[in-house]
Design a protein around this ligand. Sequence first.
Ligand code: TPP
Ligand code: MG
Length: 584
Amino acid sequence: MPVSRACASTLVDEFARAGLTEAVLAPGSRSAPLALALADDERIRLHVHLDERSAAFFALGAAKASGRPTLVLCTSGTAAAHFHPAVLEADHSRVPLIVCTADRPAELRATGAPQTTDQVHLYDGAVRFFVDLPADGDPAARAAWRPIAARVWAEAAGPPAGPVHLNVAFREPLVSLGPDEAAATRIEPGRADGRPWVVSHRPSAAFAPAEAAELRERIVAAQRGLVVAGWGSPAQAGEIAALLQWPLLADGISGLRSSAGGGVHRQPSGLQVVTTYEALLRVPEFAGRHRPDLVIRFGGPLTSKTAMTWLDASVPQILVDPDRAWLDPQRAARERISALPDLGPVLDAGHIGAATEWRDAWREAEETARRTLDAFLDGDDEPFEGRVARDVAAMCATSPLEPALVVASSMPVRDLEAFAGRVPKRVFANRGVNGIDGLVSTVLGVAAADGGPVVGLLGDLAFLHDSGGLLGAPERGLDAVFVVVDNRGGGIFSFLPQAGLPPERFELLFGTPPAVDLAAVAQAYGVSAARVERAGGVAPAVERALAAKGVRVVVVPTGDRTSNVDRHRQAWAAVAEAVAKALP
Ligand SMILES: Cc1ncc(C[n+]2csc(CCOP(=O)(O)OP(=O)(O)O)c2C)c(N)n1
Ligand SMILES: [Mg+2]
């Protein structure tokens, strides 16, 4: 019996016991034992992708959406290197991935054997844990299979969650056919009660009472407190803002903007979500007069450079991250805490009072800016990228189909932050390393794990970068609508100093307009695509595409990139004018 298959089936059984439901395979020969074991396990859905880069991003999306480890498997050689971008993203954004690469056994390494390279520690420091596992039949080796699988699962699940690399060396025969096959799958027995070999409990971080009291004191003393929530914020950030009655600056991808209503963002709970800080903080008068005296920050930094520059090291800031990450590119934090603060007693301490004026100032500013931005966006039916982001997000937030939203780096994530009022609760972005790669696959992976529909908001280059992710998409039984903002190239670069270069150089090196018809690209993969020319038509087109089910593309040509910059500036100017009038 091939020991390879026994090893593979044992590992897969152990992962399934731990809770694995989604696995992604990029086919090859060396990985065959694991591929067969995954395919045979009814507890696991197996998604097959040709391209390892897409496969890994699909797994990343599935793991993001489910919050549970997802396994991605490939064969040996260059295949394993294609996983690397998604491994980096999973590391930085703390996504649980079991990255499984098949390898040659020791005697074939460094010999010029085909499809063989050094895969040991291939992803270096990007993974939480690495195992080089020879699929040997020795009894001591076999006894390690389940504990190793349990360890791999636990290290991926965290905290902090992240990628784990399991390199398994399989010796031939890799596949046995015929009557032999049943005998081949005699796996190492697991725990009799069906539980995982090792159940790993999450540690619970807690404050020492003295530290907690000190922290509360500082919070109570603050007159102008703010809560700031970036990507990866825990839901409790909203509860804490509501409890303290501090304004909450919520990035579009924080998952906390969902509590914002249309127009007035004051919730009955007292939660006051600020969605317009990008525009507001561009007004020097406003930014100067509204400096906080204490900020509690959750998750990653805000996408907005304006806001993060404003929150410089002179503003006292407390960084809260239960995963013990240290996400502070401005190096502005004065305190860092690794547990969610229990602020219940703050109210008993007779807090708030003096903060009313502060709260009201932010509420009024938010109302003014929101009204102004909305009027600006609604005043023009030319598709403007800010409006596309606002309308797509609002449609997702209000649709009875409750789609999740995945937003690409570059301008989509920025436009969502700057212009969107309502955003669905389930919003995802690859902001660990900000790549524009793997986005099509990330969207499909989210759809696979969620089961429900997903809307992706992508730039044209991000869409093209991973257009190969559409291979086989119509047959996957997923519902996903890609809204592609087509400004024919990298729109973001027109906001940067290189925009001042002579146009030819700029276009050659930065703008890079792709000479391709995006709808035709989609259609080549059997994915139907529609073009929407009017701003008011975008949300209805996406809604129709969602209702029609399956995988669909909606291309929105947004005109030239320079006018896009102008439209952004006009929006900021409109808010500046309105705020100037409203400031006392
Ligand atoms: C993998 C990767 N390669 C390159 C970049 C650099 N980059 C940032 S934005 C951008 C252009 C993106 O264009 P598009 O997706 O059309 O979005 P737009 O800027 O037009 O909104 C590029 C190439 C990156 N972030 N990630
Ligand atoms: Mg573009």
